[in-house]
Design a protein around this ligand. Structure first.
Ligand code: 5CA
Length: 170
């Protein structure tokens, strides 16, 4: 359902979108959209069209990766983009996710964060006409085109995908 009375966290995403010059329609569901699979079920799209907004630390600095719901991120690829060893890239703790983005896991949006971070975008997201991302809460999402998302976050489109046979980071 479309909500005229947004949760404060979703309202922050709506306000951030407005500041970025984007028009988004935040859709709030009765059911959870906490995971990519749940979000895809709620929306009725491919899981690959769901944007996972994942926080990693590179040498202890938070970095955000927007990864297709169909993929796992390969930390070696993220490390290589920064020219550091794989061990210097770690999944952020739940506390770091909250402090870096201002949002709790399950609702982290791709923009509107509490701090400014480098944002990397899984190139597989660019194959779709429309993709869906979390809107601040674990039951709210919005649609956006990959082009608009890349532009809005000044994202670095990269190959981030783990080989399905390889050990995944998330
Ligand atoms: N609302 C959905 C679809 S948009 C969503 O936010 N999906 S997500 O993938 O971006 O957020 C869940 C992700 O949070 C998981 O893929 C996982 O990488 C991460 N996560 C889950 N639990 C933890 C945890 N305890 N610590 C750190 N990261 C976690």
């Amino acid at each position: 359902m479309t909500d005229g009375n947004l949760h404060p966290s979703a309202q922050r995403v709506a306000d951030a979108a407005t500041k970025l010059g984007l028009t988004i329609n935040i859709v709030t569901f009765e059911h959870s959209t906490r995971t990519a699979v749940e979000a895809a079920q709620a929306v009725g799209c491919d899981v690959g069209q769901i944007v996972k907004s994942l926080v990693f630390t590179v040498k202890d600095e938070p970095v955000i990766a927007l990864v297709s719901g169909a993929n796992q991120l390969d930390t070696r690829k993220l490390a290589a983009l920064f020219g550091v060893g794989r061990k210097q890239v770690e999944r952020a703790t739940a506390e770091t996710v909250r402090s870096a983005t201002g949002f709790a896991i399950g609702g982290v949006p791709p923009f509107g964060h509490a701090t400014s971070t480098s944002i990397y975008i899984d190139k597989d997201l660019t194959q779709y006409d429309v993709i869906w991302a979390a809107a601040g809460t674990p039951n709210a999402v919005f649609a956006i085109t990959p082009t608009a998302l890349v532009r809005a976050v000044s994202g670095h489109v990269s190959d981030l995908k783990a080989d399905p046979a390889a050990k995944a980071a998330n």
